[in-house]
Design a protein around this ligand. Structure first.
Ligand code: TRP
Length: 372
């Protein structure tokens, strides 16, 4: 029997049924997106596939009105290909004219991951920020901040921490329990801070009342539900409800689930060598058949094949070429080893270029830090 898939903020495993998740969480499918979104592989191929209240963002884009894209990162380990999913969205929205807010969830990680704030800060900068810059994030129209150090401007910092604290009046213990299962002071605090991350751009000390979109992996929706509840009940400021979009997961190298820095065998890091990439992809889960003969006769299954998914999500932007690979693999003409060869070459070409960009990105770091 097939193992039931698990999807929550702490665990993602098994084979995903995204339509079921849309129904379960009460999300809407993303459709009829304007032309500009079609140029982006993630939207065009429906890797970003559902939303809450995204119309507001579409209107802001259409009417050339200001909006914010907000996200947060747990500085927990190595930056890997899975992290690129969100990074590419940050860059996409920044180019569309959005102001990008990025919270380093160092306070959340301090409580959950047993590391010092110093270590977490170092990881956030050297792993995350550096890769964001190399992938194209610009310092202009970007607020990169630490939860532990929101701003050097006391008015702004006070407004942010005040919001996190005040939110505690607007959620019940049962709501927290429903989302977090086992509740702890750390989790509750992190949840309040995270809601402040999402809503504080709308405060007068920041951008004023503007729409905010929070793109997330679908496992993160419980966090959004809690934040939306508190934001809508909040008395001291009339917040515009959050917009959010949901993307599917970059599967783990072992198939299903998601690439996660907590599992060494699930990811390809941006710092992996060509040899490491080759070995990892060669060992990766495939949708191929057990024997060559069977594969030639019956064909492979690109739907579960990790290499095909990586090509689809990042490495083969040309739709016709991707379609051809899909057909050939399904018909058995293309073998798993051939498919893997294509991918290995693509990843290594990409990483070689990326690693160069990353060393050039170092000098840009100060432009993102020490801003008010
Ligand atoms: N909790 C998120 C994580 O585990 C990090 C985070 C903090 C976040 N604040 C946020 C994500 C605001 C989105 C928006 O990765």
């Amino acid at each position: 029997m097939k193992k039931e898939a698990v999807v929550n903020p702490w665990e993602v495993s098994g084979e995903m049924d995204y339509d079921r998740l849309i129904r379960k969480f009460g999300l809407k499918k993303l459709k009829n997106l304007p032309e500009i979104f079609q140029g982006n592989v993630l939207f065009r191929r429906e890797i970003i596939f559902s939303h809450r209240d995204f119309d507001r963002i579409l209107n802001a884009i259409k009417n050339k009105k200001k909006f914010v894209m907000m996200t947060g990162l747990m500085p927990s380990g190595k930056f890997h290909l899975g992290h690129m999913l969100l990074t590419q969205q940050m860059i996409f929205y920044q180019r569309l004219g959005a102001k990008v807010y990025v919270a380093v969830a160092d306070l959340e990680a301090y409580s959950a991951r047993q590391k010092s704030l110093g270590e977490l800060r170092k990881t956030a900068i050297e792993e995350y920020l550096l890769n964001y810059i190399a992938l194209g994030l610009k310092p202009k129209n970007c607020e990169f901040y630490f939860q532990s150090e929101r701003s050097g401007d006391a008015k702004k910092a006070n407004a942010y921490y005040r919001l996190a604290s005040n939110f505690s009046r607007y959620a019940t213990f049962n709501e927290f329990k429903a989302v977090y299962g086992e509740i702890s002071p750390g989790k509750m605090n992190a949840s309040l801070l995270q809601a402040a991350d999402m809503f504080h751009p709308q405060l007068p000390e920041f951008e004023g009342r503007v729409p905010v979109v929070v793109p997330v992996g679908i496992d993160q929706d419980p966090h959004l539900r809690i934040a939306r509840g508190m934001g809508s009940r909040y008395k001291d400021h009339d917040f515009i409800q959050l917009s959010s979009t949901y993307h599917s997961f970059l599967p783990s190298l072992r198939g299903g689930g998601k690439m996660s820095s907590a599992d060494e065998n699930s990811f390809i890091a941006m710092t992996d060598s060509p040899r490491e990439v080759e070995n990892k992809i060669k060992d990766a889960f495939s949708g191929g058949r057990d024997t060559l003969k069977e594969h030639r006769e019956k064909g492979g299954n690109p739907g579960v094949d990790v290499s095909f998914q990586y090509l689809k999500m990042f490495f083969e932007p040309n739709d016709e070429k991707l379609q051809k690979i899909h057909e050939d693999y399904k018909s058995g003409k293309l073998l798993t080893s051939d498919l893997k060869k294509i991918l290995i070459k693509k990843i290594n070409t990409f990483l070689k270029e990326h690693q160069k960009k990353r060393s050039r990105a170092k000098k840009q770091i100060p432009k993102f830090l020490y801003k008010d």
